[in-house]
Design a protein. Sequence first.
Length: 189
Amino acid sequence: MSTAAKNSLLKITEEPPKNAYFIMTLEDISNTLDTIKSRAAVYQMDNYTRENIDEYARRSHKPAESDFEIIHAICDVPGDVDLLYTYKPSEFYNYVIQVVDNINEVEGANAFKIADKLALKQDSTGYDVKLFLRAFMAICVSRMQTEPLKYASGTSITSKYISQLGIKGISKQMLIDGWLLEIRKYWMR
């Protein structure tokens, strides 16, 4: 949340309407004002386990055994599995592998064509941006043994841009363009 949003939320929690209750879900409680936390009852939920995700995938999508490697690499919640199965998982993952392999090999202007396969607007078709970035990061993590500096920087940069996706009003096109420029800058050294 922006500072203005945090302060607006603080105002309403200090003087709530009569008989009103607020339920907030947060990924990172450290990003919340202490004065808001002091007025709240905090319940921490456990993350889904790998077994939970596997069970959900088996029941809902009947994945091929080869799909589980992809599911384990990028899916943290059942919604991620559902999103992955709006595509052909292996086709999606192979596309991301091609991007990892070629992102700094193509000419500058052609690199921006990566975004052509991403759903950058609310009603557009293409791969989900967050799922794409998570797959990119997973591939970087799996390759860190081969070129640690290159793939560690890819992981770090991509993680930063994934967290920015949660900012309301941010342009996905500009986010992907910024991510692409930063990755290429580090990988072309």
